[in-house]
Design a protein around this ligand. Structure first.
Ligand code: ZN
Length: 226
């Protein structure tokens, strides 16, 4: 892997803004209300920051449409997602972190490492395709594999599924699912989907059954098995 020309990550606040717009909206527009809520910033400072990001060519911002990433902004977001997910993988596999603790540590570290470090880390880890939560790791070329899984809550009773990803970064949720082995790589059978409140009951490979409330069932991403 060659050294990148852009070796330094963006300043932490700019990097955070770009990444959060990407997380909220992908290639669409994120509303200022959503962005302000995620970053806990006041509307006035948000408007100022979005103006700055626009000057830098990272974001296009219209007051009533919200903020969307330019091609450059998207590339920056994916670089920072790549760093984050590789660091999480490293912390879990080599430093003994638990899977609910890697996110917070990676949030801190991702601002400190260069692209050169990131590519050496990727090499050291054997170029993993997914992070410990099953999220795809964008390539060094900025390509992100399309998500081919969907939330457990959308599976019908009787379906057999393979867990590919847990789409939730809250430590208590991850700890809960981790303790029950409801993690990427496991197979489950959907026993019941309760219309009333969206609670999904699944049975794992050991025959243990788990009832998962709507938010949990929406966080677990799966692929159907045959
Ligand atoms: Zn994370």
């Amino acid at each position: 892997m060659g050294e990148s020309t852009a070796a330094q990550p963006l300043s932490s606040s700019i990097g955070d803004y770009v990444k959060i717009i990407w997380e909220l909206a992908g290639s669409g527009a994120a509303s200022t209300t959503e962005i302000a809520a995620r970053l806990s910033v006041a509307p006035a400072s948000l408007t100022k920051m979005l103006g700055r990001l626009q000057e830098l060519g990272l974001v296009s911002y219209e007051r009533y449409r919200g903020a969307s990433l330019t091609e450059r902004g998207r590339a920056e977001a994916l670089r920072s997602v790549r760093r984050h997910r590789l660091i999480e993988t490293f912390l879990l596999e080599h430093l003994g972190y638990s899977w609910q603790d890697v996110h917070e540590e990676a949030e801190r570290l991702e601002h400190a490492v260069s692209d050169n470090f990131t590519e050496r880390l990727a090499e050291f880890l054997g170029h993993p395709a997914r992070d410990p939560h099953g999220a795809p790791i964008p390539g060094a070329d900025g390509v992100l594999a399309a998500e081919d899984s969907f939330p457990l809550g959308e599976v019908m009773a009787g379906g057999r599924v393979h867990v590919t990803r847990v789409h939730n970064e809250e430590a208590p949720v991850l700890a809960y699912l981790g303790e029950r082995g409801l993690v990427p790589g496991r197979s489950l059978e959907v026993k019941e989907v309760r219309e009333l409140d969206g609670v999904v009951t699944v049975e794992d490979e050991e025959g243990v059954s788990h009832s998962l409330g709507g938010p949990l069932a929406r966080s677990i991403f799966v692929r159907l098995l045959s």
